[in-house]
Ligand binder design. Structure first.
Ligand SMILES: Cc1ncc(C[n+]2csc(CCOP(=O)(O)OP(=O)(O)O)c2C)c(N)n1
Ligand code: SF4
Ligand SMILES: [Mg+2]
Length: 351
């Protein structure tokens, strides 16, 4: 009998998890053509495929908005929960506590996170929940027809809204103030950087906030708007070229932060993030540096992108609790019922 050999092309498309890129896709998008959110979904598909992550090990979360519809457009094989407006963090916290073996990917919008969900946003940061928290930031409420969001720049003029009178909320500054352990900013018009930052964020143990300027082509893409493709392309100032290197045996911890040098950051899973500094040394482990760079960017109207801040030392939410290895949602009644002697002991303590 002749042996059937796999087709060379097909084999080449299979990653180390034995999956093709199609295994990471979702339903066809219903968002507007050219919407930045679509470009981000495509990079999520590529990043997970290239990292050989098994889709069933991921759980997706979102709130309400065009951005929050995005999880439908990637990872068909993963469970997901499309929650209420601004409430994604509490749903994610509960689900990831119930199964600490899963990694969370949350997609939110600037309206969802910086207005109605601001309180929840701040608290998921300080709890260091193990998830990637993406804010697809377009400066407007896209889904409800383009009202100003809290991240819109002061003075923005929109045909149907008039002039925005208020100073904007900066997602990354809010994340830093709330003790997030991984903070990065990117731009949907720079897909290569988006993908590398997604990989680095997924390799992080703890909360990884990725603020991605993601133009709304229908309501806020005129060339002078800070969340447009044209403005982003003209004003982007990457801090470094970032590359993600998958886990390997030899971990290089040496760091060179002198001008034009590279900085290597070792992640818990053995992967490495290489930051090639473009102009001057930037140390992402310094909160003060991160704040300075963001402040400087605000003063000069620069769209600073890259890894702004990283702290790999803080325990995640579930590490702070003495959990059994079996996820809580898989414990059976037998596992949970205390022995008679223990019940008697507890009762004796109480009365
Ligand atoms: C409690 C509640 N208030 C208001 C709304 C209406 N609403 C739906 S989406 C949205 C804003 C979405 O903006 P954003 O999060 O920036 O997402 P985008 O559509 O811009 O991607 C609002 C106000 C709602 N669904 N629920
Ligand atoms: S309205 Fe704006 S945010 Fe919503 S899908 Fe269209 S382009 Fe994207
Ligand atoms: Mg928005």
């Amino acid at each position: 009998m002749t042996e059937t050999l796999p087709m060379a092309g097909a084999a080449a498309n299979v990653n180390l998890a034995g999956l093709t890129k199609n295994d990471y896709r979702g339903a066809p998008t219903t968002l507007c053509q050219g919407c930045g959110h679509n470009s981000i979904s495509n990079q999520i598909v590529s990043a997970l495929y290239e990292m050989n992550i098994v889709p069933e090990d991921i759980v997706k979360f979102s709130g309400i908005g065009c951005s929050s519809k995005s999880p439908t457009y990637f990872l068909n094989r993963s469970f997901g929960f499309n929650s209420l407006h601004g409430r994604m963090p509490s749903i994610a916290t509960g689900a990831l506590f119930a199964d600490h073996h899963l990694k969370g990917i949350g997609v939110s919008g600037d309206g969802d996170s910086a207005s109605i969900g601001m309180g929840q946003f701040k608290h998921i940061m300080r709890r260091n929940v193990n998830m990637l928290y993406i804010v697809e930031n377009n400066g407007v409420y896209g889904l409800t027809k383009g009202q100003f969001s809290a991240t819109a720049e002061k003075g923005l003029q929109l045909k149907k809204q008039g002039e925005n009178l208020y100073l904007p909320v900066d997602i990354c500054m809010e994340a830093l103030a709330s003790n997030a352990t991984f903070i990065a900013r990117s731009f949907a018009g720079n897909p290569k950087q988006v993908k590398e930052l997604l990989k680095a964020a997924l390799a992080h143990d703890g909360i990884a906030v990725l603020d991605i300027i993601s133009p709304c082509v229908t309501f806020n893409n005129q060339d002078n708007a800070y969340h447009s493709y044209a403005w982003g392309k003209d004003h982007e100032e990457p801090l470094h070229e970032i590359s993600y290197i998958a886990p390997r045996n030899e971990i290089m911890l040496e760091r060179e932060l002198e001008e034009g040098g590279t900085c290597e950051v070792a992640m818990h899973d053995g992967s490495i993030i290489i930051l090639k500094n473009l102009e001057k040394g930037y140390d992402p482990s310094s909160r003060i540096e991160a704040m300075r760079v963001m402040e400087e960017a605000q003063q000069n109207n620069w769209l600073v992108t890259g890894l702004l801040y990283l702290d790999t030392r803080k325990p995640t939410l579930t590490e702070m609790f003495d959990l059994v290895d079996t996820p809580l949602n898989r414990l059976t009644e037998v596992d949970l019922r205390p022995e008679r002697a223990m019940i008697d002991k507890v009762n004796a303590l109480m009365f």
